[in-house]
Ligand binder design. Sequence first.
Ligand code: OAD
Length: 260
Amino acid sequence: MTPTDLERAIDEAASLITAPKHVVALVGAGLSAESGIPTFRGPEGIWTKHGEPDLRDYERFAADPKSWWEQRIAGAGGLGELRTALESAEPNAGHLALREMEESGWLAHIITQNIDNLHQRAGSTRITEIHGNRTRLRCTRCHARWPLDEFPIDELPPRCPECGGIVKGDTVMFGEPIPKDALDECVDQTWKCDCMLLIGTSAVVYPAAQFPLDVRRLGGKLIEINPNETPLSALAEVTLRAPAGQSLVRLVERLRDLRP
Ligand code: OAD
């Protein structure tokens, strides 16, 4: 995309965002790429390099949660490269732009597939983390959540103080159903949405990839921000073919200009 084409697309995106009443961002790993966190797919993707985790991960946890906890405490498993990147990452210009969009009333909600907690650290507040948050624990029965460092682990597996359910990391494992409260919120936001921003997601993982299809079916518009094409590109009204940080900063500048 030439710089002129990109500027034109930013103008179109800004007019779409100011026109509808309820704008939702569906975010993927591409947004955090500029914070140094690798994406999953693509040439340097974590799954491309190491293979996708086993779909039986959650089944194994459910069968023997004590062992899962013992391994977690021993620091076994997981991908060191990803863990190191997550631990040192800071919110980038794209996260900050989304916060400004929320504060200024241009963005109603973020549905993020990212588990890195960077939206919160950037100051966004209306967020649904469809794949959980690595800094939290969650009760598998009642979905109560706690910051990791505020939950005393006195027994393995730990139990929910409210309902006695087994507690696990909040990050959704391969093969694990999306927690009902998060899924319900995503569906509600999708139904309300007039315009969905697709930011840095390959749009191949369901149910997240279904939300933009539903927005379109219900008459809403899609704006894609991604340097690469995705299966949803053909459905997008406007495409910003550039990194998310740069695109979102320019988009916010344009939205400020349009402010009455
Ligand atoms: P993917 O790795 O599948 O896709 C990342 C997308 O980001 C690609 O479309 C890239 O083109 C794009 N991208 C790369 N750099 C970018 C940049 N600077 N700005 C904007 N876009 C950029 O990541 P997700 O779509 O998030 O789930 O993957 C969805 C889920 O698959 C993840 O949440 C994870 C994974 O399995 C679980 O672990 C449960």
